[in-house]
Design a protein around this ligand. Structure first.
Ligand SMILES: Nc1ncnc2c1ncn2[C@@H]1O[C@H](COP(=O)(O)OP(=O)(O)OP(=O)(O)O)[C@@H](O)[C@H]1O
Ligand SMILES: Nc1nc2c(c(=O)[nH]1)N[C@H]1C(S)=C(S)[C@@H](COP(=O)(O)O)O[C@H]1N2
Length: 173
């Protein structure tokens, strides 16, 4: 069974000052898109390099998730450290994901360029950063998810099948 980590990085959601809407937005998108068996492993944590790095390592190395989607902490505010923590734990950067997500987001908001979101692999886990705005989740996943199943295949991670009417997974012959 494919395991998908969903990590919400938000000081206020972690303190309970507002309800986390980012994690549920990711679950809702994946539930529509993925037709093969999968399970979600979710966490809500505060911003900060140490908290994000520790959560990423635990979800990759202990929970052994195949795919790890983060939301929040990618901007230019002093507390936004998700990209630094991601860079510290990934072994190989995959710049195309961030480029494609920013390009798609720019069609919606001019401030999309402020997201420093990254992606890359750690062992057999693909990590992808997304912005904190819950509305950005569908924009970002719509932009890149067609390439995710084949990426996981190449990495030796679990196999994902999708509903082509939501997002068609592209696997070159
Ligand atoms: N997990 C979340 N659930 C619901 N709304 C969120 C979440 N993360 C962000 N938002 C919304 O998006 C806005 C911008 O997100 P951003 O990550 O910049 O938050 P922030 O101002 O740094 O504060 P925090 O880290 O406490 O969420 C927030 O003010 C909030 O309205
Ligand atoms: N699709 C989309 N991308 C977006 C946004 C958005 O509302 N929608 N917000 C932008 C803004 S205002 C910021 S500051 C950055 C970083 O957000 P984060 O710190 O919540 O990760 O994401 C950007 N990318």
């Amino acid at each position: 069974m494919v395991r998908i980590g969903i990590l919400t990085v938000s000081d206020r959601a972690a303190r309970g000052e507002y309800e986390d809407l980012g994690g549920p937005a990711v679950v809702a998108w994946l539930s529509r898109a993925i037709t093969s068996p999968w399970e979600a492993v979710g966490r809500v944590i505060p911003d900060g390099v140490d908290s994000v790095r520790e959560a990423l390592i635990a979800m990759c190395d202990v929970d052994k998730v195949d795919l790890l989607l983060t939301t929040g902490g990618t901007g230019p505010s002093p507390r936004d450290c998700t990209p630094e923590a991601t860079e510290a734990v990934i072994e190989r950067l995959m710049p195309g994901f961030g480029e494609a997500m920013r390009l798609a987001s720019l069609q919606h908001v001019p401030t999309a360029i402020l997201s420093r979101q990254l992606a890359g692999s750690r062992g057999k886990t693909l990590i992808i950063n997304m912005p904190g705005k819950p509305a950005s989740i569908a924009v970002c996943l719509d932009a890149v998810f067609a390439a995710v199943p084949y990426c996981l295949d190449l990495m030796g991670a679990g196999r994902i099948e999708t509903d082509a009417s939501v997002i068609a997974a592209f696997r070159p012959k």
